[in-house]
Ligand binder design. Structure first.
Ligand SMILES: Cc1cc2nc3c(=O)[nH]c(=O)nc-3n(C[C@H](O)[C@H](O)[C@H](O)COP(=O)(O)OP(=O)(O)OC[C@H]3O[C@@H](n4cnc5c(N)ncnc54)[C@H](O)[C@@H]3O)c2cc1C
Length: 309
């Protein structure tokens, strides 16, 4: 029997459930038993786990990674899980290394695959700027891994058994959340069925793409250089250090197709690549390649779509 603990992120419930697939693959040929740790979990109807360990502390400062680390440590000391899996959101990336340090174990961050065909459990992740894949064998227990949302998928209907976990003496949080703001109207690119993505070869204002994205009922995304040039916010970056997306259609405008970018494309059905360079690597992944200027392509496509209305 291989027991895994998944740290449920209340802001990413579906993505947290997807981590059950990671736990099941890690279990290999052993029976997989998966528990979710839910802290002040609103939706206790969550399915897919064998059990839900609930901590209800309404006054808790949930976004304090030190407080969450204390809780995970206490849960691990009680249950002794074989693996702990964390969602690699910005917050999860703060929590996972702290927990690993506290438990004195290794952490494999941002895994993209698992290989249990050998006797060992190998966690696979991109290395050396994504130019190769590293297979990492963990010789400490629990095995700790963080996983980007949207990399693994799981649909479970299993009703978990729910138990309360009593926490002993938590250090008070030193963080006070003064306000939470969210930009209105921006669709999460991970949910989008159509993505119009601009790369460094798209030489116009990114906001100009909103119209066509709306028309196609999709969202706008970008490659990393545009974020670095402050032409677009980081929330819409696709790739290794951005988000993983799975749209039906990905329209890539002036995107070269580096490994770090392509790593953010999982289960994309169709890719249209618009590039002045016929030899750009993304063209080899695309179903349709347009050789030409990306802005000109968008202007023509917009005009054509307007004709159709
Ligand atoms: C640790 C690490 C993490 C990284 N994470 C990410 C990540 O999450 N996401 C990411 O995107 N990158 C990431 N990168 C960067 C990545 O290596 C590439 O540098 C980046 O993806 C390149 O972006 P690009 O294709 O838009 O730009 P470029 O490589 O500059 O390519 C521009 C493309 O546009 C074409 N072009 C030029 N003019 C036109 C035109 N007028 N019309 C049409 N096409 C044109 C060019 O032929 C070229 O193919 C990461 C790198 C590292 C080291």
């Amino acid at each position: 029997m291989f027991n895994s603990l998944i740290i449920i992120d209340n802001d990413y419930l579906k993505d947290s459930v997807d981590l059950v697939e990671v736990a099941n693959q890690l279990a290999g040929t052993e029976e997989s038993v998966v528990s979710g740790l839910g802290i002040n979990l609103v939706d206790k109807e969550i399915t897919g786990f064998d059990s839900l360990i609930c901590v209800d502390l309404p006054d808790l400062q949930l976004k304090d990674s030190r407080v969450l680390t204390d809780i995970i440590q206490q849960v691990q000391q009680t249950y002794e899980f074989d693996s702990i899996i964390v969602l690699a959101t910005d917050f999860g990336r703060m929590v996972a290394p702290r927990v690993a340090m506290r438990l004195k174990v290794g952490l494999v961050a941002d895994i993209t695959a698992i290989d249990t065909h050998q006797k060992e459990r190998r966690l696979i992740r991109p290395a050396f700027s994504g130019n190769m894949l590293a297979s990492i064998v963990c010789d400490s227990t629990p095995i700790m891994a963080s996983v980007h949302p949207n990399v693994f998928h799981f649909q479970g209907t299993k009703q978990p058994t729910v138990s309360q976990f009593a926490i002993n003496q938590l250090k008070p949080s030193s963080i006070e959340v003064l306000a939470i703001t969210q930009e209105a109207g921006n669709q999460d690119i991970r949910e989008a069925e159509v993505i119009v993505a601009a790369g460094a070869g798209y030489h116009a204002d990114i906001a100009d793409l909103n119209g066509i994205a709306t028309k196609l009922k999709g969202a706008v995304a970008v490659s990393k250089p545009l974020v670095e040039q402050q032409r677009a916010p980081r929330e819409i970056q696709v790739g290794q250090s951005g988000k993983t997306v799975s749209p039906h259609l990905y329209i890539a405008l002036g995107i070269y197709g580096s490994m770090q970018h392509v790593e953010g494309l999982k289960n994309v059905k169709d890719i249209i690549s618009v590039n002045t360079d016929e030899g750009a690597p993304l063209n080899y992944l695309a179903n349709l390649v347009v050789i030409g200027d990306a802005v000109e392509f968008i202007n023509k496509l917009t005009a054509r779509l307007q004709e159709g209305t």
